[in-house]
Design a protein around this ligand. Structure first.
Ligand SMILES: Cc1ncc(COP(=O)(O)O)c(C=O)c1O
Length: 411
């Protein structure tokens, strides 16, 4: 024992540190001269401060710098800087973006930052199901109210805004799920401004390449970055972009910091990789979707096709005005209802049977037996979610392979 102690001691003398100190520490005493082509993944929970003075300023947010990865880290910051530029591209607006662990975290951090007991949210009737679940939970716990309205009926919406003095937030989602409707952001933005309420838009289905809600008066833009922004189905993520820089940088930043909702370095890194090809993917998704939609329109088993790019879609001209292209999600209604929808899910081979969207490969689901099976039939019918409705997130594969799969599955 005595002998080995002496051995370690002598090693310490030679190397300047004890054995365990060598293995347990990363050496920063030599400058590492590397210029990585892409931003590496910063898998570090914390950051070393050059001095107590600098630490004090970083913690006080007086200077830029990283304090602790729950507050911010280089991979998150890179994604945020890109999102700020993307959502304000060509606009004279200085927005602030924050990246979260999921789309739902982006929404919940916005609510925690903005809303207080007694407030009312007016939300579009047909939004993502978990958003509805979250709104019910949040408003019940914090003694608020949520009112759902048809955002196509602007007169009814204005009456609601006029009659309630406690409305704080107008919440829209466009294009919306699963019947792919498009809502008039300009008209909604004007109403929000007239009644001095904040206006948030979930723009997940469009991505920042196809639609910029800030241009139409939105105060907040939300994305489930799990979808088109990542594009490869490899990670979860969420984005909130706000027009009020101070509010985002102080209030929302603080809620994210104290609640721990930031996107991890690895997931932010994957998100950044995905975003590099966003415009290429969105144009290919759109072109493939139009071809699939046209094929489905001509198929005898199909009653109706919902795709914004089709000239006879009721929202086609609005979508053309508001969006750069029509996106990658479509839905179609099968003549033989539930049975036909279920049978199609059994027969598809090339397309994947799964409920997500926005990946480079084609994903198909049957809302009546899957995502909306817990919603009553009456409520489903109210929002056009018929028994035979099938939703497709059309990928960027060779479109003949997608159509070929539908052809064999619809036989
Ligand atoms: C329109 C929309 N918003 C928000 C979300 C929630 O995103 P996440 O699953 O990343 O929390 C989803 C998820 O499917 C969505 O489709």
């Amino acid at each position: 024992m005595e002998k080995s102690k002496n051995k370690l001691k002598s090693q310490k003398t030679k190397q300047g540190a004890g054995f365990d100190s060598i293995t347990s520490r990363d050496s920063f005493d030599k400058e590492i001269k590397v210029l990585p082509h892409t931003l590496p993944i910063y898998t570090t929970s914390t950051f070393i401060y050059e001095s107590p003075e600098i630490a004090q300023q970083i913690f006080g947010r007086k200077i830029d710098g990283f304090a602790y990865s729950r507050f911010s880290h280089p991979n998150a910051q890179l994604v945020e800087e890109k999102l700020e530029k993307m959502e304000t591209f060509g606009l004279d607006i200085k927005a602030k973006a924050l990246v979260f662990s999921t789309g739902m975290t982006a929404i919940s951090n916005l609510f925690q930052s903005l809303l207080r007991p007694g407030d009312c949210i007016i939300a579009q009737g047909n939004i993502y199901g978990t958003s509805v679940d979250y709104f019910s939970h949040f408003t019940e716990v914090y003694k608020m109210e949520v009112v759902y309205a048809d955002f196509k009926n602007l007169n009814e919406l204005e009456d609601l805004l006029k009659s309630r003095k406690n409305v704080k937030l107008l919440y829209a989602e466009t294009p919306s799920n699963p019947t792919i409707s498009c809502y008039d952001l300009g008209a909604l933005g004007k109403l929000a401004a007239k009644y001095k309420v904040k206006f948030a838009v979930d723009s997940t289905f469009a991505s920042p390449y196809l639609q910029q809600p800030l241009k139409y008066g939105a105060d907040f833009v939300i994305h489930s970055a799990t979808k088109y922004l990542n594009g490869h189905g490899t990670a979860l993520g969420g984005i909130l972009v706000g027009r009020d820089y101070e509010f985002m940088n102080k209030n929302v930043w603080k809620v994210r910091k104290i609640s721990g909702g930031i996107c991890s370095a690895f997931d932010s890194w994957q998100l950044n990789n995905g975003m590099k090809t966003l415009s290429l993917r969105m144009d290919k998704h759109s072109a493939n979707s139009l071809a699939v939609a046209k094929y489905l329109q001509s198929h005898p088993a199909v009653k109706e096709v919902h795709y914004l790019g089709l000239k006879d879609h009721p929202d086609h001209s609005l979508a053309k005005r508001q969006m750069k292209n029509f996106g990658g999600v479509l839905a179609f209604d099968l003549k033989n209802g539930y049975k036909a929808g279920y049978k199609l899910m059994k027969k598809i081979k090339f397309c994947h049977l799964t409920a997500s969207l926005g990946t480079i490969d084609t994903l198909v689901q049957h809302p009546a037996s899957m995502s909306h099976s817990f919603v009553s039939k009456e409520q489903r019918e109210k929002y056009g979610i018929t028994e035979g409705l099938v939703r497709m997130s059309v990928g960027i594969e060779n479109v003949e392979d997608i159509i070929g799969d539908l052809e064999q599955a619809l036989k």
